[in-house]
Design a binder for this molecule. Structure first.
Ligand SMILES: Nc1ncnc2c1ncn2[C@@H]1O[C@H](COP(=O)(O)OP(=O)(O)OP(=O)(O)O)[C@@H](O)[C@H]1O
Length: 327
């Protein structure tokens, strides 16, 4: 387990990590999300003891990582894929790390096999593509067979097969009862990989929830209805006291609607429906909504989670919504 208690890191005036308190537990892949500059990499560096907290503390299975004697055996991490010594072969890079951490040479061969680099293990690391470097970084993380694994953007540079492989690997490591903490900007991928989420914005904890609950709490759920008799359907819904919004394509949307009840209501009035579909929001939508106020670098307002949606959602955003840099 990784435990952070009021973890804080300042760089001069800049507060990169701000009183972060959370625990990353074993047995489930925990996704670590936040907009650019939210403090994810800084948090991971603090966990690894590569940076000192300004205040607060972080422990790995109850100990500070920089006080552990053979750290690769307790926690493996991928932070910077291009961190390897370019003049060495992949095999010698891993061997040097294995020898300085009391890991047997046999394990070097095992991890090369696991990440699919056995055939190129004699090649110099500097000739590796980004995807191959990423695989080598993952091999380093796995070398000491650690109980705790942390990966910063592990699918960066990987092709679809590689991305699928990383997903399966993370899930099998978690299923073995390990702690797996992984950051990514690819929301669709994170939605498939992680079972739990920790979300930060401007260094602060915004959410620490199971994936399903995170999506449910931070997104809009509604039922879409289409009918060739849309005006009559509107009348029926209004009479039943059900609030309806019209989508740009002419469909009707009932916020937090119950599809079964709506279907029964339409049937009771002999109304033909061409669509009756409960809409489940995506992780991306939930993430954009939650973090819209803490994004440092807006592209332009009107993106999902911005004023267009805010106007549609009304009270969900309150009246004070305006795009802004920082808080
Ligand atoms: N060594 C440093 N000196 C000064 N400021 C820093 C330093 N490292 C990070 N920061 C600042 O701290 C904030 C958090 O940065 P960090 O790299 O941890 O964010 P991130 O969530 O990993 O971002 P990204 O998703 O863009 O990688 C940013 O505003 C960044 O500019």
């Amino acid at each position: 387990m990784i435990e952070m208690v009021a973890l804080t890191k300042r760089y001069g005036e800049k507060v990169a990590v701000d009183h972060l308190t959370c625990a990353v537990r074993p047995g489930v892949v925990t996704g670590f999300l936040g907009p650019n500059g939210a403090g994810k990499s800084t948090t991971m560096r603090l966990i690894l003891g590569l940076d000192r907290p300004t205040s607060g503390r972080v422990t790995v299975d109850g100990r500070r990582y920089d006080r552990i004697r053979e750290p690769l055996k307790d926690m493996g991490a991928l932070l910077e894929a291009r961190g390897a010594h370019g003049g060495r072969s992949a095999f010698h890079h891993l061997l040097a790390l294995a020898q300085s951490n009391g890991v047997p040479t046999r394990r070097v061969h095992e991890v090369l096999e696991t990440v699919g680099l056995t055939a190129v293990s004699g090649k110099k690391v500097k000739s590796f593509s980004l995807g191959m470097s990423q695989r080598l970084g993952i091999a380093v993380a796995l070398l000491g067979d650690p109980r705790i694994l942390m990966f910063d953007e592990p699918v960066n540079g990987l092709d679809p097969e590689g991305i699928h492989w990383v997903r399966t690997l993370m899930q099998s490591l978690a299923a073995e009862g390990r702690t797996v903490f992984v950051s990514s900007h690819l929301m669709s991928e994170m939605a498939l990989t992680a079972g739990h989420l920790v979300v930060i914005g401007q260094g602060r904890l915004l959410a620490d929830l199971p994936m399903e609950e995170f999506i449910r709490r931070h997104s809009r759920s509604y039922v879409r209805l289409r009918s060739p008799e849309v005006e009559r359907l509107l009348d029926v819904l209004h009479t039943a006291g059900i609030a309806v919004a019209r989508a740009p394509d002419g469909a009707l949307e009932v916020a937090e609607g119950d599809a079964a009840r709506l279907g029964e209501l339409a049937a009771a009035h002999r109304l033909v429906l061409h669509e009756l579909s409960p809409q489940r929001a995506s992780l991306e939508e939930a993430f954009m909504r939650l973090t819209a106020r803490s994004v440092e670098y807006h592209s332009h307002p009107g993106q999902p989670g911005g004023p267009a949606e805010a106007a549609r959602d009304g009270a969900a955003w309150g009246a004070d919504w305006k795009p802004r840099k920082g808080r």
